[in-house]
Design a protein around this ligand. Sequence first.
Ligand code: ADP
Length: 997
Amino acid sequence: MANTSKNNRWPRKKRLIHIGFVAAASLLLLVGVESYRDTIRVAEAAAARKHSFEVRGLLSDMAARLVDAETGQRGFLLTGDDAYLEPYHAAMKSIDQVLAELKNSTADNPVQQKHVPELEQLIDKKLAELQRTIDLRKQNGLAAANAIVLGGEGKRYMDQIRSLLADMQNEEDRVRAFRAVEMTDALNRSTRIVVAGNLLSASILVVIFALLFRALSQRKRAQEGLEKSEKWLSTTLASIGDAVIATDMNGAVSFMNPIAESLTGWTLDDARGKSMDLVFDIVNKETRRPVENPVKKVFREGKVVGLADHTILLSKSGKEFDIEDSAAPITANTGAALGVVLVFRDITDKKFAEQETSRQKDLFQLILSTVTDGVVVADTNGKFLLFNAAAEQFIGVGAVDQSPDQWSQQYGTFRPDGVTPFLSNELPLVRAMNGESVDAIEVLVRNANHPESRLLSITGRPLKGEDGSLKGGVVVLHDITERKRAEVIMLHAKEQAERTSQFKDQFLSTMSHELRTPLNAVLGFSDLLADERYGPLTEKQRRYINHIHTGGKHLLSLISDILDLSKIEAGRMELALESLSVQSAFAEVLSVMQPLADKKSQQLSANVEPGLAVRADSTRFKQVLMNLLGNAVKFTPNGGRIELAARPIGGGIRVEVRDNGPGIPPAEQQRIFEAFYRLRESGKKSEGTGLGLAITQRLVELHGGQLGLDSQLGQGSCFHFTLPTAPALRETLARKIEIATKSTAPARVLVIEDDRITAQLIQSQLVSAGYQVTLCEEPQRALEIAAQLQPSAITLDIVMKPKNGWEVLVQLKRDPRTAGIPLIVVSIVDQPSMGTLLGADEYLVKPVDKTTLLGAIARHARPRSDATPGQPILVVEDDTPTREFIAEMLSAQGYVVATAADGVEARAQVAASLPELVILDMMLPQVSGFELLGEWRASLRTAALPVFVLTSKDLSQEEQHYLRTHAEVLLHKQQPWHEALIKQLERVVTPRPMEKV
Ligand code: ADP
């Protein structure tokens, strides 16, 4: 806009400048002409003045001649001397000449012209008078001549001449004065004209100059602007994201920017002047046929053209680009065509992205139409954006136009009870549209299309834009009608199964009890009979008793195995995982197996580093070892070698049971782990159930291990498994056994604790359980007190001052006087491994409940007993044969025995008189063994009464824990217990010599 008005202004200015120039020039010319004319006038006036001076001179000359003539005449007249006439004659001669000159000179002046004849007449008359007088003098002498002179005529003439000459001189003066004025006027005028004209033209020139200056600076600015925009344009074209090629009118390349260079593979220098067809080589993407060059099209159509889709640019370098372009004519301001500009870009990536988007869209559609879940999306106004087939099928109605508050009615939505309508504004989609996330909302749908309601589980999420703004909501519908139905059925089935399983459990445990009890009697009595205690046996009788015993043992182990297996299968086998010393477990198992191995002259060895500990359930770990070792002993021929080994491997401990027996054929190596599977040969020769390995394998798996087998026929077998390592333990077994020695002295516990309240708490707990307690509140004196007191056990706190528990512990364990005293750490510091390392026998972390504390003390300390020596061992057992058998067995060992057939009887007997020890069955009619044990432990009198639990009950973890804490010994009837019982008794009670019954 601004440019156009400037452009309009420019010619007007130019015209103005032209006019100014002409005006100034004309003015100057005019001034010249005028001043020339004035100069001429001045010159004329000057000439006229000069002329007038000449005329004046002539007039004066005339007067002088006349005087000269008169003077000569007078001289002559007076003297008569002719010499005086000389001036007269000279005057006479020049007067005519002067007169002629005068006539001539005044020809231009009419006033003087009139005077000249008059002057001529008067001069003639004067001259005539003079002549006459001269003549008279000559002729008539002086007098005559004088007379005429005196007559005065000559004088008159002379006066008249003088007056006329004066007039004429005046006239000339007047003429000169006039001319002088004229000259001054002309000069003034000329000056004025020159000054005014020059001023005017100077002003015009100044204006023109100003205009020109402005025009020039505008032009300069325009020029600069043009240069700048040209530079800008070329930079822009070079840096523009699109490729640009310009051609001249012949279609030859005149410009290319760098992008065009890189896409075409041509450099501008190479391409300049080349045909566009050559540089911009394009083909159709599908047909690969050449496509008309857009530049040609522009030349033909004279307007902007775009390129058809699917065009590919073949670069000189052999590359191909999907391109998009447009071409436009380049036209000058004048409208003249200058060439064509072609703009194009590489859309390979864009095309790829488009294809990808469309592919994803198709895929998305495909997924939505195929997913079995319903998907519904609505914007914040409730306009449906998506309603997939599954959703429509679940609901029975697709997208509707109604506003969200109508939806509940429209779709027929209810709460899962099928009666309460689902409020529209609480529908998952509406909540999601409002920005809420909802999960698994159950909505029942019942409408004309689904008269039988469908139950949907709906999860909704708000739909958010990239900026986090709410765009709507999306819900995923899951038809759970069938699932719910199935769930109900499943629930019934599960309850049924649980009932069945409960029944099975109960059945098995009752069965096992019912079977074991008589079996125990069978085994016990057959044992007693075999001892020939009641008279000698014949060979046949001995054989038969042996059969009874073997059959009974087989049955007993079969029952235990079946129970174990069914427990494992039902997932009811609970493990009490603890840190177990491998060495002690090996020792225990070996001690049991040694007699069997000895019978077969087998060499039984254990190979284990001391201090190795595994994380395992003690009973089950030993069961596993027992099973494997039992098999090895059983299947290895006499004189064979059997080794039990353990070593650290990776993060665990590998346990191996190796024999040099017959080995297991590869084909059978998998099958032997199946329940009831036995190898034919071995099965015939040895007794067994075929359940051992099945149980062992599952037990190892329960511990997180894997039971493996390496075996070659004739080369022996190696069963192995790996269990997780546990922190190293100090060997405490030996001391534990050693502590529980026979004594009747009251047990004294030394409590080392600097916190008075804690000390009193421990003290009262111990005192209530029948211990004597000595408190030590000064840890620095602990060693001294302990050495002097020799208590049955010590409890030790760790956080104490001035000496901490660790130091005290080390001191006590180093000093030979106190090293043997069982030491139980009771501390808030949870570092049992440190405690064990330093020699603590037990490590309890505060807060410690009473049962745990007493359990620990009971395990380690010498139990206090008020029982008088000679008191009997009370056998509490409801099964008569078993009771009788135990009594018989104990009596045979020299113990005094009393019996109770049920809980009530046992309670009464203990109340009446404290026995030496109680052997207690847990499953008793009326009052159970647990109840009895609880009662006895709660009473001060019986708190320390030694109780050996002997039961056939399948104990739960809690029950086992309880019994371990509160009973001295726990024996299971399902395992060989006879010898164990006798051994344990020997440690606690001294048998007295008795008469044989
Ligand atoms: P059982 O010992 O009651 O027969 P197991 O399940 O413990 O049942 O063992 C299954 C079978 O695997 C055994 O019958 C025996 O044939 C074979 N077997 C187990 N351990 C060994 C071994 N150490 N050497 C040879 N054969 C063995």
